[in-house]
Design a protein around this ligand. Sequence first.
Ligand SMILES: CC(=O)SCCNC(=O)CCNC(=O)[C@H](O)C(C)(C)COP(=O)(O)OP(=O)(O)OC[C@H]1O[C@@H](n2cnc3c(N)ncnc32)[C@H](O)[C@@H]1OP(=O)(O)O
Ligand SMILES: O=C(O)CCC(=O)C(=O)O
Length: 387
Amino acid sequence: MGDSAKKTVRIGDTTLRDGEQTAGVVFSAKEKVAIARALDAMGVHELECGIPAMGAEERASIRALVNLGLNARLITWNRALIPDIEASLSCGVGAVDLSLSVSDIMIENKINKSRDWVKEQLKRSLGFAKDHGLYVCVGGEDASRADLGFLSELMGIAHGLGADRFRFCDTLGILDPFAMYEKVATLTAAVPGLEIEVHTHNDLGLATANALAGIRGGATYISTTVNGLGERAGNAALEEVVMALKVACGIDVGVDTRKLSAVSRLVGKASNRDVPAWKAVVGERVFSHESGLHTDGVLKNPANYEGFPPEAVGLTRYIVAGKHSGTNGIVESYRQIGIEVSRDEAQSLMATVRATAQRLKRPLGAEELANLYRRLLGSDTCRLSAA
Ligand SMILES: CC(=O)SCCNC(=O)CCNC(=O)[C@H](O)C(C)(C)COP(=O)(O)OP(=O)(O)OC[C@H]1O[C@@H](n2cnc3c(N)ncnc32)[C@H](O)[C@@H]1OP(=O)(O)O
Ligand SMILES: O=C(O)CCC(=O)C(=O)O
């Protein structure tokens, strides 16, 4: 990503707000504390931690987070309405996101207002928030479908009134990375003094790509959720964004990546949404190798088939014996269960290993491999190592 290695990129994680908006997901106050602590401990810069306007219970859970004294900045989500901001102030947070629908389709068909109303409401709510000493992110809901001239105008007003950043939302997840890049680059050039955050949804599976494109376009913040939770198909996943920035773009955001899989499990459990074994970056089996040529390559040097090592994200490498195994992989699978086999012996075992995997529709476990060895190659005492 060119000179982007020098760039400072910050993560604003919204697992506790947009993540919890996943239809059917509810975090208990205790789970919110555990998730916030985990994200803070790994170095996430900002946590969007709830919506005070929702009511007393939500406000109590936000106050509990404020009382933790985390390093991460806590920010709440608000409509750009004074009562919403007052509710946030009552929670003791020092930062608010003030959201306004900014596309004509939503201005006309959702909030039933006009562009002028949006501008006035921005001035009113931002002025109120700034008078109360708050850090303010102005949230542009549906910015990806909004008129760029109007967005520039809003950003100019926001900047003039002391907003700290603007959140460019691809609310419906309909952009491609090229369009995202161009839109963010245009806005960065139009209002250079105002930082931009990109909030990307995954309806087309492009949330992470779009977030990276936003950074290339000049954004400095990325909105993420653990496991990509969030409305409909979810948001850009924290683990994908952090690792993609690091591995593909050479940008280290200062998050301890070794904790990514643990936080993924924590949020998977709290959200009652299992993390698929093949989930990019944190899936339990994304460092499993079975295919003969891959296994051979990994055994010679893991870098042959791994873009980053499993330890980098707190995971483990597995070599498994299955339908696609080759000789070296089978030797290794037996070595792992304490049985030394030669290449010739592995070759003689291969057809049965494959046929068994084909029949069972899965790789063979330790016991099955040992039984096969005994059945095909001899006694159970032969060449068993200490393991
Ligand atoms: C894209 C996003 O993710 S935005 C975040 C969305 N999150 C949520 O909705 C979760 C929590 N929401 C809630 O608890 C409730 O919806 C509340 C407390 C925010 C509002 O509750 P209610 O007062 O009962 O309103 P309700 O949900 O029925 O409708 C929303 C109202 O807010 C208005 N509204 C929506 N967005 C905005 C905005 N950015 N600024 C001002 N008003 C807005 C709508 O026009 C509608 O007003 P209307 O009733 O006059 O037509
Ligand atoms: O307006 C905001 O700050 C965020 C709203 C949101 O979650 C979205 O547009 O997807």
